[in-house]
Design a protein around this ligand. Structure first.
Ligand code: ZN
Ligand code: ZN
Length: 148
């Protein structure tokens, strides 16, 4: 069990993650590109119950039928990505105080990878449609948005 802390650029939002395990990904998908303003984002998937806000409340934007993206309403930092019906949430790794704790295990959404970004690691590469996490966590207990 590891305890991570993080927050937004202006410090209005602070959070803590007590991660029993995490699954960390690069995401090259076009929606994450827009939402984060970068061509590739990195995030750590943890259980919703393992994330606790220490300060402030994230604002959530519903970016699709099943997904909400959390950000700081004051400084605009993108922070979270959560499927409404699932028990997990992604924390954008750059908001962690120490992003070193969450090295990615693979690349997701590679069909949208920009040609000038060369992947030089040997990590697995999945297109957006192979959304393993969305499928795999179906059985788990669902936790409501209240934990944010
Ligand atoms: Zn902020
Ligand atoms: Zn994405």
């Amino acid at each position: 069990m590891e305890t991570w802390t993080g927050g937004c650029l202006c410090d209005a939002l602070r959070y803590q993650v007590t991660a029993s395990e995490s699954e960390n990904w690069y995401c090259h998908c076009s929606m994450c590109q827009k939402a984060t303003g970068t061509v590739v984002s990195t995030s750590a998937i943890v259980k919703k119950t393992e994330l606790r806000m220490l300060k402030g409340t994230a604002k959530f934007y519903r970016s699709s039928n099943s997904i909400e993206r959390g950000f700081c309403a004051d400084c605009g930092s993108p922070m979270f990505f959560r499927p409404i019906e699932e028990d997990w949430i992604s924390v954008l790794s750059g908001t962690l105080d120490d992003p070193e704790v969450a090295p990615p295990m693979g690349h997701y959404g590679v069909e949208s990878r920009v040609s000038w970004l060369n992947i030089v690691d040997d990590l697995k590469q999945l297109p957006t449609k192979d959304d393993v996490s969305l499928q795999e966590n179906k059985e788990s207990d669902s936790v409501g948005p209240d934990s944010i």
